[in-house]
Write a protein that binds this ligand. Structure first.
Ligand code: ATP
Ligand code: MG
Length: 449
């Protein structure tokens, strides 16, 4: 992408409305624009990050055996009257009526709709287990939307739902998602710690929240430092096999949110020097809720014994539009964002330091062509801005590698590669730049982790 043709409305000044660094940087880097309280447009750069996150989530869901689909944002109220949640959900639910005065709502979550789909088609235990997910916009009329897309009213969520014949099978489905989540966040470069959590309006008796530690987080959390050392299950993990040992290894270390923490237990189980008592951002939550919705909505399957029984379910959410600011909270410095390569909007920014210099520009144009051909996501700063301003923008938007070419290098056959995260600069021969970047970036994509 040539910057001269792109839409990257960066801001020089710190926006006053932003209280936390991620919100500030998302506005300054031209990633989002607020349209009303808790409603945001995703501008091109922000949207690229969102899509990279979505691709990682989709790959890891597929690896774990979940099947992608798409449900609408609007839902009929009747389904929610069946489960009893139409009234329970209160003011967070945006209620709408259509021209025929039929009651609709903008979905805050999809347990009811997926249970309706399930009961319409699935009759036998032979069709189980089943895990269906989608990535779709949700609306919750939050009392205090804040911190940009960290807590917005409209937000993008991956929500998945598992269906099993009994509790034992449902726990296996829960384990698959638990492991998939560990891998998903890890591929984004994030340490998201699974913590015992309250089940809230979703209901049920088994739940974990995945929490990224951050001072600006809204949840108080308590955990054993040891959990940060646990191994991430590899890409070739057998998701059809028994994952209980992985889950029990992770859950053996104490980790709970403030709603669930038992201080006496925390202090008894975790030696003082290993106790983390901190703030965190909830980037996902998984629940097992048994037959809560299937009983209320009559979603039955025939078991091997020929009898009908309510299906056992769980639900599994990841907040995509919250992950973007969570990543920035974890990865930034005084100059701007420092994206991990796997979620970066572009992998390389090519800086032409003097577009008026013909030699410099022709070398940069060729380099741009070669980078694209090598399969590298490149943003080419071919604008007439001065070098200082180009460096500042490149640092602000946080692209992991800067390939810098000026008139002097163009003549001596040299370019410079700057690593955004370490700040290290390295001179390379022009013809070595693309192969070197390719070799460096490949493992950082984390495709095979
Ligand atoms: P919170 O406690 O932060 O209000 P929640 O527990 O109500 O969130 P879930 O129903 O568990 O949310 O939704 C799954 C995920 O969706 C959350 O883990 C979070 O990452 C994301 N999410 C929930 N509410 C919002 C919101 N208002 N803005 C952005 N992301 C959200
Ligand atoms: Mg939650």
């Amino acid at each position: 992408m040539r910057l001269s043709n792109y839409f990257l409305p960066t801001l020089k000044e710190d926006p006053k409305e932003a209280e936390i660094v991620s919100h500030r940087l998302m506005l300054r880097a031209g990633m989002i624009r607020q349209q009303a309280a808790g409603l945001y447009s995703w501008l091109p750069l922000g949207y690229r990050v969102l899509r990279k996150i979505q691709a990682i989530i989709e790959q890891e869901q597929a690896r774990a055996g979940a099947i992608q689909m798409l449900m609408p944002t609007l839902q009929p109220a009747e389904l929610w009257r069946e489960s009893g949640r139409y009234d329970d959900y209160g003011k967070e639910m945006l209620r709408i009526s259509d021209r025929h005065d039929r009651d609709l709502l903008f979905g805050p979550t999809n347990e009811e709709m997926i249970t309706d789909i399930f009961r319409s088609y699935v009759r036998s235990y032979r069709e189980l287990p089943l895990n269906l997910f989608h990535v779709q916009w949700k609306f919750r009329d939050e009392i205090r939307p804040r911190f940009g897309t960290m807590r917005s009213r409209e937000f993008l969520m991956k929500d998945g739902y598992s269906f099993d014949i009994d509790r034992e099978a449902a726990e296996k489905s829960y384990h698959r998602m638990f492991v998939a989540y560990l891998r998903t966040y890890h591929r984004m470069g994030l340490a998201a710690i699974p913590m015992r959590a309250e089940t809230g309006p979703i209901g049920g008796d088994l739940s974990h929240e995945f929490i990224v530690l951050a001072d600006t987080g809204e949840s108080g959390v308590f955990c054993d430092r040891n959990i940060l050392e646990k191994p991430i299950p590899p890409a070739d993990t057998d998701f059809e096999g028994d994952l209980s040992s992985i889950v029990s290894d992770w859950t053996s270390a104490y980790a709970a949110t403030e709603d669930m923490v038992d201080m006496a237990e925390f202090e008894a189980r975790v030696p003082a020097q290993r106790r983390i008592s901190a703030r965190g951002i909830e980037v996902g939550q998984i629940f097992y809720f048994g037959t809560k919705y299937s009983t209320a909505m009559n979603a039955l399957v025939t078991g091997p014994d020929g009898r009908d029984a309510a299906v056992h379910s769980g639900s599994y959410g990841i907040g995509l539009t919250r992950l973007v600011p969570a990543l920035i909270e974890a990865f930034h410095d005084e100059d701007g964002i420092v994206w991990p390569t796997s979620v970066a909007p572009f992998e390389v920014v090519l800086l032409n330091l003097k577009t008026a210099d013909e030699k410099c520009s022709s070398i940069c144009d060729k380099m741009y062509h070669d980078l694209k051909n090598a399969g590298i996501d490149v943003l080419y700063d071919d604008t007439g801005a001065g070098a200082g301003s180009k460096f500042a923008t490149a640092d602000l938007v946080g692209i992991p590698f800067q390939l810098i070419i000026g008139p002097r290098g163009a003549r001596s056959g040299e370019a410079e590669i700057k690593n955004r995260s370490t700040g290290q600069r390295q001179s390379v021969a022009l013809e070595q730049a693309v192969p070197l970047l390719q070799k460096t970036i490949e493992p950082e994509r984390r495709d095979r982790i």
